[in-house]
Design a binder for this molecule. Sequence first.
Ligand code: C2E
Ligand code: CA
Ligand code: CA
Length: 480
Amino acid sequence: CKNGRDIWVKLTVSPMWMQGAKPDYHIVVIQDITGHKQAEEQVHQLAFYDSLTRLPNRRLFLDRLQQAQVHSTRHKTNCAILFIDLDNFKTRNDTRGHDVGDLLLIEVAERLRSSVRSSDTVARLGGDEFVVIIEGLSEDTVPAAGQAKDIGEKFLASITQPFKLQEFEYHGSSSIGIRLFRDGETSIDDLLKHADTAMYQAKTAGRNTLCFFDPSMQIALEMRTTMAIELRQAIARQQFKLHYQRQVNAEGTVVGAEVLLRWQHPERGMISPMIFIPIAEETGLIVPLGKWVLQMACAQLKQWEHDPDTRNFQLAVNISARQFRQLDFVDEVLEVLRKSEADPLKLKLELTESLVLQDIVHSIEKMEILCNAGIRFALDDFGTGHSSLTYLKRLPLEQIKIDQSFVNDIATDPSDEIIVRTIIVMSNSLGMKVIAEGVETEDQRDFLARNGCYTYQGYLFGRPMPIEDFQKLLSRFQKI
Ligand code: C2E
Ligand code: CA
Ligand code: CA
């Protein structure tokens, strides 16, 4: 408009003919529909938003929940609904008056909204009931539950902060129910009901607390927390042991070993690294733990140097992502190596594809420095990630390790047979060595040998075992 105001207009153009095929003139009608648009917007607000807090209402919430479900099914990530109910709200509302109650709800809405990402949905279902949808949690259930719990705890903490409402200072708390979901198997109504049920459990449990709908989730999380604490003490208490699994060549001669970490728990017995490594990663304990493994491995290499039978053994050490990402990773490896006086040429670090690809430029940088110092690299679990040839070519790798899942099925699954063949051909053409892990049968070994893979690791040749047994077996074989 002339006065600088923006308005919505509807434009209608009608061509007019006097004679001939071309129109002679047009009639243009411009209509100001700003009022109409505003009314429409208002209707939308009323239909989908809560007028007090301006948060999405139940209707929009259910719509978003549906979308989240579709999205999580497609992307295989977990989502969570957090059902939040203020403790003792009704009593306070009745004693202090509804105006104060309204102010409290507005403030709570604001606190919840500012505790999550803008892509997450915070909605008010009515009364003092709020629900939040968190999307894009971890693929694995227990870590996802951990993430949801962290957010829930953030909510609990933010609501226990005092509220200043008119002249009152209000101290409140809330109870939260959490329902994790990741596929379309449960209806959205049921999901909401489950979160509500869990919220009541939290109330029963004494308020200002959170509960999961699935009790096993709660137990798994608690176990994880306990394990994280015990893990911390386990290094000092010397509960970690290393097992050595032989790697052999085509003649069955041992050429080295992979070191595999074991946790001998005083009550729970031997705990698999599949369980405790992820926790060690999450808590950062993998850094000192990984250093310890490296020290032990280097000491072992040094010891092997004295014996002509073991002098040429290579020792492979698994490196986890968190450990590799440490700024001083390179220095630390070099220092451990220097102190041990072991031969760097015998030390092989196993990295996974996903670890390397996460930050390819820095990965190559670190690998190259270590490589120049003589250390070798193997790419672990190969075939399970998405390496492209271009990347692979740039990595200073000595060896590619065919993942055991492919080896397992070579005899039965024709597509795995092709994958294994392709990996071997590719490694050869890139000038990299190749080893197959998880070799359990003669058939698997023969298939691999026929296709050009001559180094193996697996139960067929030996299980991971303590160093004493490893040595004993060596000497027995040598006598034969
Ligand atoms: P990985 O590096 O892929 O290790 C190979 C796993 O396959 C080992 O399981 C080994 O015991 C098992 N295995 C070996 N041969 C066979 C076979 O013929 N058949 C079958 N079914 N399995 C076989 P483990 O020792 O339970 O280790 C599991 C994972 O834990 C390792 O997978 C590795 O990712 C991690 N890990 C183990 N030790 C360490 C460590 O010191 N540091 C780090 N960062 N990770 C470790
Ligand atoms: Ca490995
Ligand atoms: Ca592996």
